[in-house]
Design a protein around this ligand. Structure first.
Ligand code: SME
Length: 158
C-alpha cells in the first residue's frame, strides 16, 4: 500500500467514525446500531462483506450485515470469527487459504479482518469484514475498526 493509499483510507475511516458516532448517539438499541454501522462501513469502504456475529452462549450467531448471505452459526474457537471470540483480539488474515480452519461463506472472499466488540467490558460479538482481494487489511484498518467497535459498544444499553 502506498503512503497516499494509507492516507486516503485514514481519511475515510475518520469520516466514518464521525458518521457512526452521530448514528449511535440517539439510539441505545444494539441491533439497530449494528445495522447502521455495518451499512455505513460497507458504503464508505466498499468491502465485499461487512457484518456482525453476536455471542450466544458458546457460539456466534449471524447479526446485521451487508453483502451476500453468510453462515449463521460459528462455534467458539472455530474459523476466524470463533478464534477472535476465543482470543479476544483483532485478527488480520492476509490470505484466507493460509488460515487453518477458515470458514468459507463465499469462495470470492480472499482476505479478512475480525475485531472483537465489547459492551461494559464483556465480549458481545465480533465485527467481520471480507475482501475479494488478498492482503486488503492492515494496522490502519485494525486501529479504526477497533475504534468503531468502541463507539458502538459504548452506545449500547445492554
Ligand atoms: N470467514 C469467517 C466466517 C464468516 S464469513 O466470512 C461472513 C470465519 O472463518 O470465521
Amino acid at each position: 500500500m502506498t503512503e497516499q493509499e494509507y492516507n486516503e483510507r485514514r481519511e475515510k475511516y475518520a469520516l466514518l467514525c464521525r458518521q457512526i458516532s452521530s448514528l449511535c448517539e440517539e439510539e441505545k438499541d444494539l441491533i439497530a446500531n449494528m445495522a447502521n454501522t455495518a451499512a455505513a462501513i460497507h458504503a464508505t469502504m466498499g468491502f465485499f462483506w461487512t457484518g456482525f456475529y453476536i455471542v450466544r452462549g458458546n457460539e456466534l450467531v449471524l447479526g446485521p450485515f451487508q453483502g451476500p448471505s453468510a453462515c449463521t452459526r460459528i462455534p467458539y474457537g472455530k474459523g476466524v470469527c470463533g478464534t477472535c471470540m476465543k482470543e479476544e483480539k483483532t485478527i488480520i488474515v492476509p490470505d484466507v487459504e493460509e488460515f487453518p480452519g477458515h470458514i468459507a461463506c463465499s469462495s470470492l472472499s480472499k482476505s479478512e479482518i475480525v475485531v472483537p466488540l465489547y459492551c461494559k467490558s464483556q465480549l458481545i460479538g465480533v465485527l467481520d469484514i471480507d475482501s475479494t482481494e488478498k492482503d486488503t487489511f492492515n494496522e490502519v484498518d485494525a486501529y479504526w475498526l477497533e475504534h468503531i467497535c468502541m463507539i458502538l459498544g459504548d452506545s449500547s444499553d445492554l
